[in-house]
Design a protein around this ligand. Structure first.
Ligand code: MG
Length: 438
């Protein structure tokens, strides 16, 4: 056996393993398994009823098995008797194509065949709110322009430092924590790494942040737009492609970049692929009804949404969907806090590889303020206005069907369409206010 979880558990004093996986909607599912039973589960998997999660499975389907990946093991710094492991989902003796972690691994294998290794970093914004979810946790956090507010970040020091301490202990190399642009909003950054590792850490970061907040009597939310007048929660991702040894950044350029951003021809092909598919990937990157209140949003209290509304790219300019902050990498600013951590990476990689295979050209960068001068970008495609339009676009997208497979796309579209239908059959206060006296 590769890494023996039972042996590692005994050495580290782990009493229970959280055998975990996320479904298509990013919901973290788990079983708490005593260390004495982990050997069997590492060999044959932990059994789950797939219908109970968002996976497009019926009660008639056979057992779903979570196969723990020992490389993903994280011993909870604040609860050392617990070890967390991410699982790949298997059914009928083979990986389930509609499992998000499997979908990412399939894209990583596709990249590896071409000699590429993707490294990414994610920026998970979140709000600290009360337990009921109705108001900010800190009622003194009311400044009109609160980004980097020292007073407000220090009022949350007991929580922020506990999360940061955990990341330090886990050797994620955290490097900064700040109050973000909305009242009650924060962001904590750690180093970029291999895409699968970043995705696992992204899943765990959300769990850890929620768990530590709950232990302090408040709640953390990654909801894309929890308050209409405040900036929403984005989940920007930085990406670069490296050689298989992970030593050489293939997005860097030794010579001149005629577009002046310090990107290699490969990086532009990748970027071209992402620009090509971005509109159709919105359903994956912005997967909830609420997501569309963040993108295409009106101006917020702080003066800016910090979210894109069209498919454009620029240099170090945050008003574009893609920003090139430094040579050798770019940042995709489309995704929000509801994005599935594995599908974020799988979607970017699938689109990027399509760009390489088809030599897609992103065109020249735009050096304008998209919030003020968006009308000047006449040819730029606009992002969908709602989840329904986004789902329909993904459903028709041949590039993603080819990359992620019909089984995956059909399952995702079916589940999301059910989500949309449930929403449209919900009678809102707005409708009553506007229609009751018609
Ligand atoms: Mg941010």
């Amino acid at each position: 056996m590769e890494k023996d979880l039972e042996k590692i558990g005994k050495e580290k004093g782990i009493k229970y393993f959280l055998v975990s996986w996320v479904d298509m909607f990013g919901m973290l599912r788990s079983k708490l398994v005593p260390t004495r039973a982990i050997k069997e589960m590492q060999k044959n998997g932990a059994g789950f009823a797939g219908f109970a999660a968002y996976l497009d499975l019926t009660p008639a389907h056979p057992d779903l098995f979570g196969m723990p990946d020992p490389d993903s093991l994280i011993q909870l710094p604040w609860q050392k008797e617990i070890g967390w492991v991410a699982c790949d989902l298997w059914m009928n003796g083979k990986p389930l194509e509609a499992s998000p972690r499997v979908a990412l691994k399939n894209q990583l294998a596709r990249a590896e065949n071409l000699g590429y290794r993707m490294k990414t970093g994610v920026e998970c914004e979140f709000h600290l709110i009360n337990k009921e979810g109705t108001a900010l946790a800190d009622d003194m956090d009311t400044h009109a322009k609160p980004c980097y507010d020292q007073q407000a970040v220090m009022r949350q020091y007991p929580i922020i430092s506990k999360i940061a301490d955990a990341m330090l202990e886990l050797e994620w190399n955290p490097y900064q924590n700040d109050h973000e642009d909305a009242n009650g909003q924060f962001e904590m950054n750690w180093d970029y790494d291999d895409a699968l590792k970043t995705a696992d850490r992204h899943v765990f970061f959300k769990y850890m942040t929620r768990a530590i907040c709950e232990s302090h009597g408040i709640r953390a939310t990654f909801m894309p737009k929890p308050f209409m007048d405040l900036t929403g929660n984005g989940c920007h991702a930085h990406m670069s492609i490296w050689d298989l040894d992970g030593k050489k950044n293939l997005f860097s350029t030794d010579g001149d970049d005629p577009r002046g951003l310090g990107l290699s021809p490969l990086a532009y092909q990748f970027l071209g692929g992402i620009m090509e598919s971005a509109v159709d990937l919105t359903a994956i990157f912005n997967p909830t009804v609420n997501s569309f209140k963040r993108i295409n949003a009106p101006r917020t209290v702080s003066g800016s949404t910090w979210a894109p509304n069209a498919v454009t790219y620029g240099g170090n300019n945050r008003t574009h969907m893609v920003r090139v902050p430094d040579p050798g990498r770019f940042e995709l600013r489309l995704m929000d806090g509801a994005v599935n951590p594995y599908l974020l990476q799988a979607g970017m990689l699938a689109a990027g590889l399509d760009g390489v295979e088809n030599n897609r050209d992103p065109g020249d960068p735009l050096d304008i303020n998209m919030y003020e001068e968006g009308h000047l970008a006449k040819d730029a495609r606009h992002l969908p206005e709602n989840l329904l339009d986004a789902i329909r676009l993904l459903d028709k997208n041949k590039i993603m069907r080819k990359a992620l497979g019909d089984e995956f796309i059909d399952a995702f579209v079916k589940l999301k369409m059910a989500d949309w239908n449930e929403f449209t059959h919900h009678l809102s206060t707005w409708e009553r206010q506007h229609t009751l006296d018609c």
